[in-house]
Structure formats: structure tokens, C-alpha cells
Design a protein around this ligand. Structure first.
Ligand code: FMN
Length: 212
């Protein structure tokens, strides 16, 4: 479990006192063009393992590194689950910079056999895979969501104001990436509607003014 020590925020993820496969999983994400993040629904949210993984990866909220990557989020549940679990995964991934191309629920029940799942969902699984492949091929990652643009602006404002934190690894990371420049509107070059970008930046500015 994440210890909440903030070492990954303040010193870097390589100093996490829990020595396990977290960083090698992150390395696999670095190498991937796209990912599928899936969790069973437990009490209307992701299961504890997934939530703990998201918590352990929280340093990516400070230093997003996945803006060139696409993701799909999937949940499996006993009965028709709410959107809560999907939202938990989607929010984390978008905050880390991912473009979330699709979100899908599967009602699999606890005891459904693999063959039954394929029988019922084969077509849906194939469609999700094809959509993900096409999104990667067409580089849709360059069209961030409104939410992602707002979150970028909020963090940008935060670091622009924090000149007294110039030596923190978060500040250095944002500065080295060129993200503190007022002209920069996202982690990577984007192809999207200018009005959407303007509105998102205005929204981000308001949030940053009142909450930071
Ligand atoms: C602790 C626990 C809590 C669960 N909570 C829910 C729930 O809130 N809603 C739901 O639809 N199914 C719930 N389920 C059922 C699971 O989501 C279901 O068994 C699902 O198919 C598990 O996915 P898996 O087969 O991929 O492990 C729960 C199961 C467990 C073990």
C-alpha cells in the first residue's frame, strides 16, 4: 500500500521506500503506444489493487509523462455497474496526460466462464481494440479533452506562481519541458479547436485564482 510519505512527490519516484515492480510497470507504459486499464467493480468503484496502483502512480499527477499515449478503460461487474469505477480510472489517466479514447462496462458476473464472456462480448471486445488501434494510428492523442486542457492550465498557473519552489523536482520538470511558457497550452503540440482551448484556459485560470 502507498505509505503517503510523499517521497515520490518531493524527491522522485525512484526513492519510493516500497521496492517492488512499480517502476518496471511504469517503464512498460513508457514503451507503449496505448494501454487498456481494467478493473472489476467492487462496491461501485475500482477494486483495492487498482486504487492502490493509482495512488502509487500519483507522482504522475505532478509530472505527467504520457501525453503521447492513448488509453481505454474497462470495468467488469456482477450486475450493471455505475460509471464510478470507469471515472476513477479515467480521471487518473487524464491527469497523467493520457488521451482516453473509450470507456466500456462488461457485466460478467462472478462465475461466468471465459468462453461465455467471449460468446457474449467477442464483438464488443474487437470493436474496442479496433478503435484503440485507429486512435493510435491517427494520432488522436493530439486532441486533448476539455478536462485535460483545464488541468494543464491549473498546474501551469501553480508553477508559474511558485518561483520560491524553483528547486523542487516538479518545478524543474515543468520548466525543462517548456510548459511554463505562457504560450504553451498543453504537454504536447495539439490539433484542436482554438475556442475549446481558450475556454479551457479561462476555466483553469478561474480555478487557479480561487483555489491555489
Ligand atoms: C468485494 C466485492 C464487491 C463487489 N461489488 C460490486 C458492485 O458494487 N457492483 C457490481 O455490479 N458488482 C460487484 N461485485 C461483483 C464483481 O464486480 C464481479 O464479480 C466481476 O465480474 C468481477 O470481475 P472479474 O471476474 O474480472 O474479477 C463485487 C464483487 C466483490 C468480490
Amino acid at each position: 500500500m502507498c505509505l503517503g510519505c510523499r517521497t515520490c512527490f518531493d524527491r522522485g519516484e525512484e526513492f519510493c521506500p516500497l521496492k517492488d515492480e512499480l517502476l518496471s510497470i511504469r517503464e512498460k507504459l513508457n514503451e507503449a503506444d496505448g494501454i487498456v486499464l481494467a478493473s472489476p467493480v467492487y462496491v461501485e468503484d475500482v477494486n483495492g489493487i487498482m486504487k492502490n496502483w493509482i495512488d502509487r502512480m500519483a507522482f504522475n499527477c505532478h509530472r505527467p509523462a504520457f501525453a503521447d499515449k492513448t488509453a481505454v478503460v474497462v470495468s467488469t461487474s456482477g450486475i450493471g455497474a455505475s460509471n464510478h469505477a470507469l471515472k476513477t480510472m479515467k480521471t487518473a489517466l487524464m491527469t497523467w496526460g493520457f488521451y482516453v479514447n473509450n470507456q466500456q462496462k462488461f457485466s460478467t458476473g462472478a462465475l461466468m466462464k471465459r468462453e461465455q464472456i467471449y460468446g457474449r462480448y467477442n464483438h464488443k471486445i474487437k470493436t474496442i481494440a479496433i478503435n484503440l488501434f485507429n486512435a493510435i494510428k491517427n494520432k488522436k492523442v493530439l486532441k486533448p479533452s476539455f478536462y485535460s486542457l483545464v488541468m494543464f492550465k491549473v498546474q501551469q498557473n501553480y508553477w508559474q506562481k511558485k518561483s520560491n519552489e524553483r528547486y523542487t523536482i516538479d518545478y524543474i520538470y515543468w520548466n525543462e519541458k517548456g510548459w511554463l511558457s505562457p504560450e504553451c497550452t498543453y504537454y504536447s503540440i495539439i490539433k484542436t479547436n482554438w475556442l475549446k482551448v481558450k475556454m479551457a484556459r479561462l476555466f483553469g485560470e478561474i480555478i487557479a485564482t480561487f483555489f491555489i
